[in-house]
Design a protein around this ligand. Structure first.
Ligand SMILES: [Zn+2]
Length: 207
């Protein structure tokens, strides 16, 4: 799962073919800024909705936290899909279409996992046992900010994670299905650096 974790490997610069994939992803993101469906702008609209729905700052934090966990789990699944596509380029578009068909079922599964992680944080980092115990350590890095009720932190994280999830959705469904070559040489490191790039963009916007 990705929140603020930085990859130690990211510091290493290697100018190879792999760099081209990252550059291409960044170019797609940059070009999408003028589109009406720009992921960051959609994330802002989504935030405005939960902000008006929240009756208190506590409730707003709770909404943000829940969505942050949900979108982080989702982004990890997108990452797995992309890597699977890369390893099976001849059937990659079919894989994406099949993946899209399973959206509803997947969302229910992620919603359940989100609730279990939330319960873990609400109990101050304890769990008597659930189907997500193996992965609580991934959300444990949110515990301190949650205990401090750090709303600013969670709003930033919300904007970052929503923008990442929405951007991945566009890359997979809109761009890759038209030109699957974008995944031809993609690596996990490209995906991580792309996430960091998007996150840094949202941070700069909210500053
Ligand atoms: Zn558990």
């Amino acid at each position: 799962m990705f929140f603020l974790r930085k990859n130690k490997e990211s510091a290493k610069k290697t100018k190879t073919a792999k760099q081209d994939t990252l550059e291409r992803l960044i170019k797609e993101f940059e070009e999408s800024k003028t589109s009406k469906d720009f992921s960051f702008n959609i994330a802002v609209k989504m935030f405005n909705r939960i902000e008006s729905a929240a009756k208190s700052e506590d409730e707003l934090l709770q909404f943000c936290l829940e969505d942050v966990i949900f979108s982080s789990l989702y982004a990890t699944i997108y990452e797995e899909l992309i890597i699977t596509c890369q390893a099976n380029m001849d059937v990659a578009v079919k894989l994406i279409n099949k993946f899209q068909e399973g959206s509803e079922e997947r969302e229910q599964k992620i919603a359940t996992q989100t609730q279990q992680h939330l319960a873990f944080l609400e109990r101050g980092g304890e769990c008597d046992g659930c189907s997500c115990c193996d992965h609580h350590s991934d959300v444990a890095e949110l515990l301190q900010a949650y205990l401090n009720q750090d709303t600013t932190f969670f709003i930033q994280l919300y904007m970052g994670m929503q923008t990442i999830q929405l951007t991945f959705e566009q890359i997979i469904y809109d761009i890759a299905t038209r030109d699957i070559s974008i995944f031809k040489e993609i690596t996990k490191d490209d995906i991580l650096k792309f996430r960091e790039y998007i996150y840094a963009y949202t941070e700069a916007q909210l500053r």
